[in-house]
Design a protein around this ligand. Structure first.
Ligand code: FAD
Length: 528
């Protein structure tokens, strides 16, 4: 299955970490690390992968000082690890200093939405400079500027190596980038000097910055003549000087895995009927939601706790599940209602969800088994598909069984499922950008929903808006192109043409949705 992953160990210029390797890789490492915790099913992570790969290639020569890694939190065997690192959203970027002596969750990368390759590279430099003297990676030379007087003392003296001096302004990163670009090369040392000592610059004949001044091993010196004053021009010039060679460094050790088979096997393709709803998808989605997505939150309180409680109330009443699952949801709901706490550690909830009560008839699968939500590659579809299906199912259940919500406080609220979905997405959905988009749509028109039927249609319509936006996106599964749904083959009656223009027959769409997401349309194949 390796080739199907977002990042390929051995092929991409970065380190692919996982549950069995990440701790040992980070602990007491002689290099600092930048890790991207991603989820292979998150569209933004897929879209961002080329940039991250390009960055890793760009700073490959820096790796004895700072290394780039990735860890896939969408991979079942990594769930627990990502929770330990407190990963709430994807992608999350974390820095880890060299020589950490105990487990740490790293430092967040806080550049907002700006994930330009150049910005990340500069943040890596800032991070390296933030190391204390003792903990700085040994491969990392001093990155601070040196006084110009120190340079002058090197002139006309024999030395075993070249000394290149990048002269630049204090906010320029070029010098530090060139220093790091050359750390794997011998017979050359790179330093930086600020352009503050004007007399000194004048003496060397430097009229523009950044410039590179070179002291040869025999002590002679002069300004190097370069077409463009750019990092790449400086670095490649210096690397090609006679006598400058790449050091024979032993390949950095790739962290060894602890007796685990490599990768996940490609699961056998499961034939399914797209006109049906599969309980395996809904249960796998619930499992992921309760044990993975929510479990990244250490404690629930305030608006989060309220959202979780309301979500559980509604799902306990409306989920058209098998008995052991419904019982689990009801037990959870009763327990939450009975708790007088305004703060609950999520582990307590997990204890209840994981309780080995299978014998007593309370149980939710602990395996992910996608059927109607399976992707043609492991990183595609899956959980987000099941989440849509779950909420469509809930809107339909609320419309066909309105009495189910009696005595919950939600009985007269036609928007009940939509509002809970909105809050769930807002507080807990791992994909933050998705949540933002969804919130915008909710703000715009959710209030206009006045009946339970209209709620079914609202969610259908908005899901189609998302489908439309994502058509052609890198996260699209080629086997499951984003289309306006239901397609004519699924529901011919749903489609009309008015004066040559396509139009939906909403009454038919509503009828179709009520049939498609109805408990009678659920198949139990592939459930445990
Ligand atoms: P999905 O869109 O997940 O649909 C699952 C199934 O629902 C389909 O197979 C089909 O059977 C049925 N279906 C399709 N359309 C409709 C409809 N209109 N009404 C009812 N049923 C339908 N990804 C991003 O990259 N960017 C985003 O901004 C983004 N926002 C999201 C917001 C939310 C609230 C959610 C739940 C997911 C979001 N995603 C986003 C994920 C994305 O929508 C898909 O879930 C993901 O790309 C997987 O697509 P899929 O092919 O499995 O189909």
């Amino acid at each position: 299955g390796e080739a199907a992953r977002l990042y390929r160990p051995g092929e991409d210029p970065l380190t692919v970490l996982e549950a069995g390797t990440v701790r040992r890789a980070l602990l007491n490492s002689s290099a600092a690390w930048v890790l991207q915790f991603y989820s292979s099913s998150c569209g933004h992570c897929i879209g961002f992968a080329p940039t991250w790969r390009a960055l890793a290639g760009d700073v490959k020569d820096w790796e004895s000082a700072i290394r780039i890694g990735v860890l896939d939190c969408g991979e079942e065997e990594n769930y627990k690890t990502c929770k330990e690192y407190g990963i709430l959203y994807y992608p999350t970027f974390r820095y880890f200093k060299a020589f950490t002596k105990q487990f740490t969750t790293g430092e967040n990368y806080k550049a907002g939405s700006d994930r330009e390759l150049q910005t990340v590279r500069q943040m890596m430099i800032d991070f390296l400079q933030n190391h204390s003297q003792e903990s700085r990676p040994p491969a990392c030379p001093p990155l601070d500027p040196i006084p110009s007087s120190e340079i002058a003392s090197l002139f006309d003296k024999n030395s075993r190596h070249y000394t290149a001096i990048v002269v630049e302004s204090s906010n320029s990163y070029v010098g530090r980038e060139v220093i790091l670009d050359l750390i794997q090369y011998e017979n050359i040392m790179v330093r930086r000097v600020l352009n503050s000592d004007k007399a000194f610059l004048e003496k060397l004949g430097i009229t523009s910055i950044p410039s590179c001044y070179l002291i040869y091993p025999n002590g002679s010196h002069g300004l190097i003549n370069i077409l463009k004053p750019l990092r790449s021009f400086f670095s490649s010039y210096l690397k090609s000087l006679p006598g400058v060679r790449r050091k024979l460094v032993s390949q950095l050790p790739l962290p060894k895995k602890q007796n685990k088979q490599d990768g996940t096997e490609i699961k056998a393709w499961k034939e399914f009927d797209k006109a049906k709803l599969y309980m395996a998808d809904l249960e796998s989605g619930l499992h992921y939601l309760l044990r993975v997505e929510l479990a990244t939150h250490k404690t629930l309180e305030g608006a989060e706790l309220k959202t979780f409680k309301d979500f559980v109330t509604v799902i306990a009443k409306l989920f058209p599940g098998r008995q052991p699952v419904v019982k689990l949801l009801e037990t959870l709901q009763e327990w939450l209602v009975s708790l007088p706490l305004d703060k609950i550690p999520y582990d307590a909830i997990l204890d209840l969800v994981n309780n080995k009560m299978r014998i007593s008839g309370i149980f939710l699968t602990t395996h992910v088994q996608w059927v109607g939500c399976q992707g043609s590659r492991p990183e595609l579809r899956g959980y987000t598909c099941s989440l849509w299906k779950l909420f469509h199912t809930l809107t339909v259940q609320a419309a066909v069984r309105p009495k189910a919500l009696i005595n919950t406080g939600f009985e007269d609220n036609p928007q009940v499922v939509l509002q809970i979905m909105r809050r769930y997405i807002q507080h807990f959905f791992g994909c933050k950008a998705c949540a933002q988009h969804f919130e915008e749509m909710a703000k715009e028109s959710m209030d206009s929903v006045k009946t339970l039927d209209k709620a079914v249609l609202w969610l259908w319509e908005k899901h189609n808006v998302v489908n439309d936006r994502l058509a052609g996106d890198p996260s699209e599964d080629p086997k499951f192109p984003k289309v306006q749904w239901p397609t004519p083959d699924l529901c011919p009656e749903c489609h009309d043409e008015i004066k040559g223009l396509h139009s939906w027959n909403e009454a038919q769409v509503l009828q179709f949705l009520k049939h498609h997401y109805h408990n009678e349309n659920i198949l139990y194949k592939y459930t445990e």
